[in-house]
Ligand binder design. Structure first.
Ligand code: ACO
Length: 209
């Protein structure tokens, strides 16, 4: 166990409904497989290239092994893998990864949300809750994210929670079959006065439920 795992964050209310974020579970298998398989075209352009075909990689039988490896990383304090729920229903994931302690106290954050509920503020709310978890219980100083310049919706999400752009990482990550440029964005604890979720509420993008 380490501070920040397991996680139970929110709720925040946005246009789409009530957003909560919690640790992934073994019983997420069916929802994970169904959404990831159905939304392939929505997800694949933005995600790391896999070693096996998409359908096979997202078969329901894959989740238990994946879940156990995520949980093992979480227990070691290296990662916080979380599900995003909208009105109590699994609709995506948000992950804090590569948690480094010591003088760096840094991690990255990444997320996806099913296509059907896009544009309703879900990712923005989940990210705000995730960031408060990073700077609060996890005790991190810096959180970064990388995003393809072409990914306008995700760039809007990052901007709306207050991420600052740091530069362009050329041919950074193997995504959708090729090494792609990514923008590096970051936030440090000094840039958060109070909480990121409170700031979202003050800006009128969400309300505390
Ligand atoms: N151009 C510009 N802005 C756009 C566009 C567009 N074509 N489409 C949507 N947007 C804006 C919306 O207007 C909204 O901004 P606003 O609140 O200022 O109006 C924002 O994008 C979307 O905000 P949310 O509704 O909170 O986000 P949503 O729940 O729809 O999730 C997400 C967005 C996560 C990018 C989702 O579409 C997704 O899962 N995409 C596929 C996977 C992915 O790209 N993941 C992110 C990878 S990068 C990373 O993890 C750091």
């Amino acid at each position: 166990r380490h501070p920040g795992w397991p996680a139970d964050l929110g709720p925040l209310r946005v246009a789409g409904g009530l957003v909560t974020v919690r640790s992934v579970r073994l019983r997420d298998a069916a929802a994970w497989s169904r959404l990831r398989t159905r939304d392939r075209d929505h997800l694949e352009p933005w995600e790391p290239t896999g070693e096996t075909p998409w359908e096979m990689r997202h078969h329901i039988s894959v989740w238990p092994g994946l879940y156990r490896s995520l949980r093992a990383e979480a227990r070691k304090g290296l990662m916080v893998p979380m599900a995003i729920e909208l009105d109590g229903r699994y609709c995506g994931q948000i992950t804090v990864g590569n948690i480094v302690r010591g003088a760096l106290r840094s991690a990255w954050i990444g997320y996806w949300v099913e296509k059907e509920v896009n544009g309703l503020g879900v990712a923005t709310a989940a990210l705000a809750l995730g960031l408060d978890h990073c700077f609060g219980p996890l005790g991190l100083h810096r959180v970064e994210a990388t995003v393809r310049p072409e990914n306008e919706p995700s760039r809007a999400v990052l901007r709306n929670v207050g991420f600052r752009e740091e530069g362009l990482l050329q041919r950074y990550l193997d995504v959708h079959g090729r090494f792609r440029d990514h923008l590096l964005v970051a936030m440090t604890a000094e840039e958060v006065s109070g909480s990121v979720a409170d700031r979202l509420v003050s800006s009128g993008r969400a309300t505390w439920a």
